[in-house]
Design a protein around this ligand. Structure first.
Ligand code: ADP
Ligand code: MG
Length: 646
């Protein structure tokens, strides 16, 4: 859903890039731009892992090396041609990506950084030691490839790399805009919610690393041809850090950011070799930042205080550049400072910063076409699965459920029978085990003892995503939206199960993918309209008011086409009129044949819409029945209502 202007700018930019060998015959510059494009291919892939799924990888230099050495070894040992070497490098490196994904399934954050770093180091050591295959420290020499029987010149190779870079760009872009990209982004937003929307965190983390590694493999292979000589010490710690910095500096979640980041890490070290050039760039940067700051302050997009340090910093850098007599001693320090500056001040990278400067705050931008959609409220609620069963039979039966945390029995021998087509209230004081019950029902916790049967199948021991796909959807007491995604995209994650398209369909935009994506937009808009959020479809979830976030969670849960919907305190924090709307929505959901379990503190809500109510206290069920009966029960009054009545 790129808008026309961006597309136009991208095409112009790429056309200029394609023309570089025509403008200059200097092979130094041609080679430099080739390196930038190769790095960009790797960074597109790295951004999938870092920018979208929010994992850290310091193993990508290692993967880059695997790609290079696959190419080198295949050429040296077998004399394999280009059209064999490219797919082989991608395939072999993707397999290594799966290996790298394994630690990501267990650890995150700094621990993951350490493990992936170790992975990269091990690869480097292996390349060094496996001399029978890799020639070890001696390295491998590999000539420029031949295409259609002709050995490529530097120019020809440039266009080959350019073509593959553009191809990678299109493929990555399409993947990231598809249901696969939404799944990756959802992992970052909330892993728990992803699982409960049927998007297996486990599976998509592996996919992300594998796809990312595939691009690293392609980049590595092209790098081997470009340098015509590879040796183990290229693929070191410095390179891996540089890659990560390039993603952060360029700006995560943008393809132009990846290209810019690649350009920075290739050009900056060279720039810092040449004092004259450094002076020019530092001065231009100071002017640019100062002008940017003035514009920003005038447009009230930023405050003078916030801009003070960037402006002073860049002016100081420019002054420093003229004071310097030789740059060689200062290279690393300057490099480090610039990086620190960008990472600290431009957390969305350079492209992210530029975007925020030029952002026209119009909700219509990048919007989806909603013309001609059937937005009549009920058209969307095709809960066919739920409607096919007679009401009144048991949908969920839990027996003797025990959930123990250390010595605490958060749920103690609870039985629960939920009839189809009803709204079943679950109430009790704070800490009585209500949310824990939901977590047990949705597979987030495995109960210590007891059985839970949903629609004739046991739930115990199955994964959250599996349970979700079998028909249990939920919302969360502390809202778990995918913050950086729009309202519509949030709902579309819930619709993930409606996609059969694989990565090829997505990359090629086959009719199947187009049909599924179109249907997902229509369904998504329908569900948003159902909860009254149709106008906010393109708003990022984190920018919605709290009450609307709760409604969005309900729409997303409905996208799963559930038979059973679990609502954990949906009215918490809502205003009185909003609660009225909510009650209406819940009733309508039930009328469409979806069974509801409702945890709620607002007694008036519970009493007005529940068909049956169970009461928990200290993990035990102390009462059950029709709302009026429960309300009159002495034990309940004592444990729960009593506290508020007196
Ligand atoms: P409710 O939703 O009824 O307010 P909860 O189900 O959230 O209550 O919590 C029930 C009890 O279980 C509380 O005492 C809580 O501290 C405890 N508990 C919940 N989850 C965990 C956990 N993961 N580890 C340890 N204790 C937990
Ligand atoms: Mg709770």
């Amino acid at each position: 859903m790129m808008n026309r202007k961006t597309l136009f700018a991208a095409v112009i930019g790429l056309a200029l890039l394609a023309g570089v060998p025509l403008f200059t015959a200097n092979s130094y510059y041609v080679h430099m731009v080739i390196t930038i494009m190769i790095y960009a291919i790797l960074l597109y892939g790295l951004d999938i892992v870092v920018g979208y799924t929010g994992q850290v990888s310091l193993g990508h230099a290692g993967l880059f090396g695997v790609g290079s050495y696959t190419a080198g070894v295949l050429f040296m040992k077998l004399g394999a041609p280009l059209w064999v070497i490219i797919p082989a490098s991608i395939g072999v490196t993707a397999a290594f990506g799966a290996l790298l994904a394994l630690p990501a399934l267990r650890v995150t954050g700094p621990y993951l950084a350490m493990v992936t770093l170790a992975f990269g180091t091990i690869i480097q050591i292996l390349i060094n030691e496996m001399t029978f295959l890799t020639e070890g420290p001696l390295g491998i020499t590999i000539p420029k490839p031949s295409l259609f029987g002709q050995k490529l010149s530097e120019q020809g190779f440039y266009w080959l790399v350019f073509a593959l870079m553009v191809l990678s760009l299109v493929v990555v872009h399409r993947i990231l805009k598809s249901q696969l990209g939404r799944a990756f982004e959802a992992l970052r937003g909330s892993p728990v919610a992803s699982d409960c929307m049927g998007v297996s965190v486990y599976r998509y983390k592996v996919y992300a690393f594998v796809i990312s590694a595939g691009f690293a493999g392609l980049a590595g292979c092209l790098y081997a041809y470009s340098e015509q000589y590879i040796s183990p010490n290229t693929y070191n710690f410095e390179l891996t850090v540089l890659f990560l910095l390039a993603v952060i500096m360029g700006g995560r979640k943008t393809r132009s950011g990846a290209l810019l980041g690649a350009a920075i890490i290739v050009i900056l070290p060279k720039l810092l070799d040449d004092l004259e050039l450094f002076r020019i760039v530092a001065s231009s940067l100071a002017v640019l930042i100062s002008v940017g700051a003035v514009v920003g302050v005038l447009r009230k997009m930023t405050t003078p205080k916030a801009m003070a340090i960037p402006v002073i910093g860049t002016i100081a850098l420019a002054g420093f550049s003229f004071w310097l007599e030789s740059i060689t001693d200062w290279r690393l320090s300057i490099f480090g400072l610039m990086i620190l500056f960008v990472v600290y001040y431009l957390q969305d990278g350079i492209v992210g910063f530029a975007r925020s400067l030029f952002a026209r705050k119009s909700p219509a931008a990048d919007s989806v076409s909603v013309d001609g959609l059937d937005t009549s409220r009920d058209a969307v609620m095709m809960a066919a699965k739920a409607g096919t069963h007679e009401t009144g039979t048991d949908l969920l039966v839990a027996n003797g459920v025990l959930m123990q945390f250390g010595g605490l029995k958060a749920i103690n021998q609870v039985d629960l029978r939920i009839k189809r087509g009803t709204i079943h209230g679950l109430i009790g004081p704070n800490g009585s085990g209500k949310s824990t019950m939901m977590n047990v029902l949705t597979g987030i916790y495995v109960p210590t003892a007891g059985s839970i049967v949903f629609a004739g199948r046991s739930v115990v021991g199955r994964t959250s995503s599996d349970i979700a796909l079998s028909g249990i959807a939920r919302t969360f007491q502390n809202v778990q939206l995918f913050g950086e995604m729009t309202a519509l995209q949030n709902v579309q994650v819930g619709l993930h199960h409606t996609f059969d398209s694989n990565i090829l369909d997505v990359s090629l935009h086959t009719p199947r993918y187009k049909r599924e994506e179109k249907a997902a937009i229509e369904r998504g808009m329908g569900l948003l309209n159902f909860v009254g959020l149709g106008d906010l479809a393109t708003e990022e979830a984190r920018n919605l008011p709290y009450g609307k976030q709760r409604l969005l969670e309900i729409a997303r849960a409905l996208a799963l086409d559930p038979q059973l919907l679990l609502l954990d305190e949906p009215a918490a924090g809502l205003t009185a009129p909003d609660i009225k709307v909510l009650i209406n929505i819940i009733r309508k959901i039930r009328d469409h044949g979806i069974t509801v379990i409702l945890i709620e503190h607002h007694m008036d809500v519970v009493m007005s819409i529940c068909d049956a109510v169970s009461v928990l206290d200290f993990g035990q069920k102390i009462a059950e029945g029709k709302p009026a009966e429960v309300q009159a029960d002495e034990k309940v009054i004592e444990a729960y209502l009593g506290g508020t009545a007196t």
